[in-house]
Write a protein that binds this ligand. Structure first.
Ligand SMILES: [Zn+2]
Length: 298
């Protein structure tokens, strides 16, 4: 079985190499921006670690462990997943189960998705296991924001930060797996996060980056005014301003005339200020957006 996403291939090869040599760190932190597929990946890593007859490509797919994993009923695999908050009780319950003997083989795996949402007491409850790991127990943690983890947790894990895929890898993956031909600016608008691009193009045709660009053209052609624009986009005001900012930066990079460059730099500064402003409670996002649009399009 190939690794679920090609941008995980080299990390996966490295981790499996350590697993086979019995030198794999007992607590692996997989750190990546949203939309990179890190949760799907750690589940595959768990399958590969638990497999009784791992092949060079990973889990064999038909041993007892693989069959149980496929049926989502492996007794030595525990999953904690929450994108809101992970409580101390959830951690304690999982750790109690982990302490029992492995039922199938020696290895046990605990997956903690969104580990950066652990409460402080949840993190403290996990700390002891991180400090005194039992042999053949692996903790696989995924995080969006590493700053939100307690330093004591961070220092006891092996940190693996996944960078964005190369544009050529991303382009061919989108093409091959989703029949999507993505323009450079669209990939940039979604920070090269593959799953965000797929979801935006397939699930949100009305509010994705392409629709945003079409509405800007409509303004230019007088078919839409800034208030109408703000009415449609204020639900994702921050994202919209971020996209405008990206467009301005691209434009500035191509400009050769100093006066025009200075003008657009000032506009770009203005957009940055408004992005800060929009975070404040009570800010009228519709007004801010229409004001920005007036300024950008003038
Ligand atoms: Zn297997």
């Amino acid at each position: 079985m190939n690794v679920c996403y090609p941008w995980f291939e080299s990390l996966h090869a490295q981790l499996m190499h350590h697993a086979q040599a019995n030198t794999l760190h007992h607590a692996l932190l997989i750190h990546a921006k949203p939309g990179m597929g890190k949760h799907e990946y750690v589940h595959q890593l768990a399958n590969d670690l638990l497999c009784h007859r791992p092949e060079s490509q990973g889990a064999c797919g038909h041993c007892q462990s693989c069959l149980l994993n496929n049926a989502l009923s492996h007794p030595d695999r525990y999953v904690i997943a929450s994108d809101k908050q992970i409580s101390v009780n959830e951690i304690r319950e999982a750790l109690e189960k982990l302490q029992e003997h492995a039922q199938l083989r020696q290895r046990k795996v605990l997956i903690i998705e969104h580990a950066d949402t652990m409460t402080e007491s949840a993190a403290n409850a996990l700390l002891k296991t991180l400090e005194e790991p039992s042999s053949d127990t692996f903790l696989l943690l995924t995080v969006n924001d590493i700053q939100r983890l307690l330093p004591t947790i961070l220092s006891r894990c092996e940190k693996n930060t996944l960078s964005k895929p190369s544009t050529s890898m991303l382009r061919s993956w989108l093409n091959e797996h989703h029949q999507i031909t993505a323009a450079d600016d669209l990939m940039r608008a979604y920070q090269y996060a593959p799953l965000s691009i797929v979801s935006a193009l397939k699930d949100s045709p009305e509010t994705n980056y392409n629709a945003f660009k079409e509405d800007l053209v409509a303004i230019k052609q007088g078919q839409l005014d800034s208030l109408g624009f703000a009415q449609k986009w204020h639900f994702q005001a921050y994202q919209s301003l971020g996209w405008l900012q990206l467009m301005l930066q691209q434009k500035i990079m191509k400009l050769t005339d100093t006066d025009t460059s200075l003008h657009y730099l000032a506009v770009s500064d203005f957009v940055s200020q408004q992005m800060q402003r929009i975070h404040h409670q009570g800010t009228n996002k519709r007004l801010v957006l229409s004001h920005v649009i007036d300024k950008v399009m003038s």
